[in-house]
Write a protein that binds this ligand. Structure first.
Ligand SMILES: [Mg+2]
Length: 301
């Protein structure tokens, strides 16, 4: 059962955890800037000699973008302390020695940039409106690039029916690799009537049309941790993931064998803990610890 963060627990954590992985949006900051207690907590952990990593499913920004964003809010961050899904996708293909071309549904400035950094060729970014009005037009007009051997789907504000046709068509070839940066259902928006659909809403139609399931780069899949683990030689039992979403952040911690802490400064609320506390089969989706926000850990350390 999830435990409220207390002085006693925090002492145990400071003793037994060397590396802290933070989700960013809804944990460290939101649309208004740093969340109460987050900056102080991160700085204090650094002072205690702990490793701090920034782990985000956001596929619209590069690691360099995140270094700048962290600096804007005062969070100390080096490039190798940042894990974002555009980078992880490029790293996945680079380490697999992928030499062909990638069809990208995503932003050129982030997904394109990270692929370029990894020396991988790609096509597909930017607007791609539907050519022709009829089914017959589409069949005769659409040209596929024979060099494409991977479809990579991330967040793309230019998503169009044409892009879905291309992605699903490339995936008809069984040897075409299918990657998705993440499957988040929506982007975090606070105090608004507007819902902004997330990358999961772009991945789903590609999967449905192609009858394929992607290899997912982001949380809750363990790829991000595997990359981090290799570079920094991490021991999962001495790591803790702190996030605001159970379905991504907390499940990521569980899938990687890390401790987990849920904060209520983003998507989840105390109701998510109470709702499941009596249901045995959902016990495994529970975080180890919870607090209102990061100050709930920070005040004790
Ligand atoms: Mg979040």
């Amino acid at each position: 059962m999830a435990k409220l963060m207390t002085r006693e627990i925090s002492e145990e954590i400071v003793r037994d955890v060397d590396s802290f992985l933070f989700d960013c949006d809804g944990v460290l900051w939101d649309g208004n800037g740093p969340i109460k207690g987050s900056l102080e907590t991160v700085l204090r952990l650094k002072e205690l000699g702990k490793q701090v990593f920034y782990v985000t499913n956001n596929s619209s920004q590069t690691r360099d973008d995140y270094v700048k964003k962290c600096a804007t809010y005062g969070f100390p961050a080096q490039k190798d302390e940042i894990l974002c899904t555009a980078y992880i996708a490029a790293e996945y293909l680079r380490t697999a020695n992928f030499k062909d071309k990638v069809y990208v549904i995503g932003k050129k400035e982030a997904m394109g940039a990270e692929l370029e950094n990894a020396g991988i060729r790609y096509t597909g970014t930017g607007p791609d409106p539907l050519e022709g009005n009829t089914y017959a037009d589409w069949l005769s007009n659409i040209k596929l690039d024979p060099e494409v051997k991977c479809v990579l789907v991330g967040f793309d504000p230019h998503i169009s029916y044409m892009k879905l046709i291309r992605a699903a068509s490339y995936l008809k070839k069984p040897d075409c690799v299918y990657l998705a940066t993440n499957e988040d259902s929506s982007l975090p928006v606070k105090n608004s009537d507007i819902c902004i659909p997330g990358t999961g809403c772009i991945v789903k139609p590609v999967s449905l049309a192609s009858g394929r399931e992607p290899i997912v780069m982001g949380k809750p899949a363990p790829n991000m941790f595997e990359v981090l683990r290799k570079v920094h030689n991490l021991e999962p039992s001495r790591c803790m993931m702190i996030g605001d979403r159970k379905d991504t952040d907390i499940m990521f911690a569980k899938n990687c064998g890390m401790r987990s802490m849920l904060v209520f400064s983003g998507i989840s609320s105390i109701d998510d803990i109470q709702q499941i506390s009596d249901t045995e089969e959902l016990e495994e989706s529970q975080p180890d610890y919870y607090a209102e926000n990061l100050a709930g850990l920070g005040i004790f350390i």
